[in-house]
Design a protein around this ligand. Structure first.
Ligand code: ADP
Ligand code: MG
Length: 270
């Protein structure tokens, strides 16, 4: 029973990259599942109007009444909107297409960058979670800004392709601006290389480039390009449930252990 466990403030990780198709949702779904497999209590907040994370957990549309949109506009609390997934210890605040209007509606609202943070803060006193992972849309608009303001740290998936680093300086600048103006304690948890293809020299080159640029911020764990990872969402299952032993599932389990180790050293340093 999630609710009977001891209450500590959850750590909030925003999964961010303004590029689409780099592996944000795949990482949110599978890192969350892998953390739950490590006995962490995890909530995923689906903040992308496309709702791919919700679909990836097999949440039917009709179960998405209270969603992340309702949370943002203050119509529902996180506790009201969170629903169970088939993964023990893992819940999700799903997204619905309503969220696509939020980017515009939020502009007129008070504290428009703080809507998600306020919902999280109201929730924290009774939080049954160790981690909250926020799956962001492919833009640096108000939805992503809400995630950055609510988060303790950012996790950036980078696809191993030629233009991987393009746009990253804009993302880093945005994180720095948020840190200065809105959320002074925001950290970068790490950069994860995704869709790595060991048969392709370009993947190696990009990985070396990114490590040269970011050093230890880049996780040792690399997520390989793996067909099981791309098949799993159409079954509404995280890859770790769909095919536990495949290379993709093992990589996300490794990533979870690395992220949790890093969390421990961040906590020890604080
Ligand atoms: P984003 O959320 O950044 O837009 P997604 O996580 O939805 O990106 O990934 C984009 C596409 O690539 C999806 O179809 C997904 O299934 C596929 N994909 C992501 N990671 C991998 C991987 N490691 N191997 C194979 N396919 C992947
Ligand atoms: Mg996505």
């Amino acid at each position: 029973d999630l609710a009977s466990s001891a209450v500590v403030a959850p750590r909030i990780l925003a999964i961010v990259n303004q590029k689409g198709g780099v592996g944000k949702t795949t990482t949110a779904v599978n890192l969350a599942t892998a953390m739950a497999a490590c006995r962490k209590r995890v909530l995923v907040i689906d903040l992308d109007p496309q709702g791919n994370a919700s679909t990836g957990f097999g949440i039917p549309r009709k179960a998405r009444e209270a969603d992340s949109y309702a949370v943002l506009i203050g119509e529902a609390s996180i506790a009201e909107a969170a629903i169970e997934t088939a993964v023990p210890g893992l819940e999700i605040v799903p997204a619905s297409p309503d969220l696509s209007g939020a980017e515009i509606e939020l502009v007129a609202m008070e504290h428009r960058e703080f809507r998600l943070r306020e919902a999280v803060v109201r929730h924290v006193a009774a939080s049954p979670y160790d981690y909250i992972l926020i799956d962001c849309p492919p833009s640096l608009g108000l939805l992503t800004l809400n995630a950055l303001v609510a988060a303790d740290a950012v996790l950036v998936p980078l696809q191993c392709e030629f233009y991987a680093l393009e746009g990253l300086s804009q993302l880093i600048r945005t994180v720095e601006r948020v840190r200065k103006a809105l959320n002074p304690s925001l950290e970068i948890q790490g950069v994860v290389l995704t869709m790595f293809d060991r048969r392709n020299n370009l993947s190696e080159q990009v990985a070396a480039d990114v490590r040269g640029h970011f050093g230890d911020v880049v996780y040792r764990t690399v997520i390989p390009r793996n067909v099981r990872i791309s098949e799993a969402p159409s079954y509404g299952k995280p890859v770790i449930v769909y095919d536990t032993g495949c290379t993709g599932a093992r990589a996300y389990l490794d990533l979870a252990r690395e992220v949790l180790r890093r969390e421990q050293s961040l906590a020890d340093a604080a």
